[in-house]
Design a protein around this ligand. Structure first.
Ligand code: HEM
Length: 370
């Protein structure tokens, strides 16, 4: 009888005629619709013009092309490793394990801003240092810093607009200077930031560049006190300005090759310097420098003693998300931070699933430097 359709059909019809069952089905339908609606909202299908992380990464790809396996920004880079010797001075403001006196292993990456992994090194490209601090008995801290003193935009929308303004013109294959001029004219904060950047010449290489986190964060002490901070890696190698002769040389990897040679010769060091903000200092606008009179605390020395080409399992496969923070360091209200975290994650997801091409920067011994 189970297979007899004449006995099964009336059973179904009776059930559907039951108002309670119908009400239940309506509730289930409403829940399914609500779930689909949530996915549609989060996925941006209801608001195609919203600036989502996917849209931001799509725009990077429009501007730079798609280079499978590579980061969508800061695509050209090399892996580094070493340690931070913490002197304990940071523990006054933050309970993070990384600031207890002692040695913290790190891995990191030196890179150039831009989404083209094989571009020629040059003075115009912003240099960067990303680090993951891995204290043996504490939580990891990741930070991604660049060598300019302020950021050029204050919010994600302006970042995206600026990216669009740098899109190559199909007629010339180069960005249209008029579009960037127009962007700067509409963003006085960018015009002011550019003046500050221009007033600070670039150094001759990665090793004597200082790197700044620019976004504000908050340090939280063991007693719960919360302090606005920014931090920098201040180069110990003496500053020398970049000369036109350097980029005129035939070596298109001249900056990376010099870093590989320098670290191969002897470890390179930076001081981790924390700038202590006051309540009047803006924490939501990375285009504005804090007064130079603010307290600077030297919390330890970073030593880089190893450099190697990007390869499976090293810095290539790390997402230096600036919101990977240990207890004792918290985000500020800077709107760039959550956008950075979201877009780095989308960039990471895309590149992690792609076939990898060898990186432009390789170290002599098949990937091993010092
Ligand atoms: C809304 C603003 C920003 C956007 C959309 C953005 C986007 C990105 C993306 C997509 C990546 C590649 C991530 C990956 O695949 O792992 C990246 C890397 C990087 N960004 Fe940003 N970025 C922003 C702001 C900043 C700021 C303010 C800084 C520095 C203060 C910075 C420093 C870096 C560095 C150093 C890297 C390279 C990290 C590495 O070596 O893996 N970015 N950025």
């Amino acid at each position: 009888m189970v297979n007899d359709p004449s006995s099964a059909t009336p059973y179904r019809l009776r059930a559907l005629a039951d108002k309670r069952i119908l009400a239940r089905l309506a509730v289930i339908g409403a829940v399914v619709l609500a779930v689909v609606g949530c996915f549609a909202y989060v996925g941006g299908w209801l608001s195609p013009n919203r600036l989502t992380q996917a849209r931001m990464i799509d725009t990077f790809q429009e501007v730079n092309g798609v280079h499978p396996g590579f980061r969508r920004n800061h695509a050209k880079g090399v892996c580094i490793a070493g340690y931070l010797e913490s002197n304990g001075q940071g523990a006054r403001l933050s309970k993070a394990a990384v600031f207890r006196p002692g040695r913290v292993p790190i891995i990191g990456r030196l890179s150039l801003a831009g989404g083209e992994p094989y571009m020629a090194d040059g003075p115009a490209a912003v240099r960067s240092m990303a680090l993951a601090f891995r204290p043996p008995d504490g939580e990891e801290w990741r930070t991604a810093m660049i060598d300019i003193p302020v950021f050029l935009v204050k919010d994600p929308e302006s970042f995206w607009e600026q990216l669009l303004a740098s899109r190559p013109d199909p007629a010339t294959g180069k960005p249209d200077p008029a579009k960037m001029k127009d962007f700067v004219a509409r963003h006085p904060e960018t015009a002011r930031a550019l003046e500050i950047v221009k007033a600070n010449p670039f150094s001759s290489g990665f090793a004597n560049s200082s790197y700044n986190a620019l976004d504000a964060f908050r340090f939280v002490s063991a007693s719960g006190a919360s302090t606005p901070v920014r931090w920098s890696m201040a180069a110990v190698d003496p500053f020398e300005p970049e000369t036109p002769g350097q980029s005129a040389a035939q070596d298109k990897n001249y900056l990376f090759d010099a870093a590989i040679a320098r670290i191969g010769q002897a470890p390179v060091q930076w001081r981790l310097v924390v700038t202590v903000g006051q309540s009047s200092d803006p924490t939501d606008d990375a285009t504005i420098p804090w007064p130079s009179t603010r307290e600077h605390i030297d919390v330890g020395t970073l030593t880089i003693n190893h450099i190697e080409g990007e390869a499976p399992g090293n810095c290539r496969d790390v997402n230096f998300d600036p919101l990977v923070l240990p207890s004792g360091i918290e985000p500020s209200d800077d709107p760039l931070l959550s956008t950075r975290s979201a877009t780095y994650s989308t960039s990471f997801t895309r590149r992690a699933g792609e076939t990898k091409e060898p990186s432009a920067v390789q170290t002599p011994a098949g990937g091993k430097g010092a």
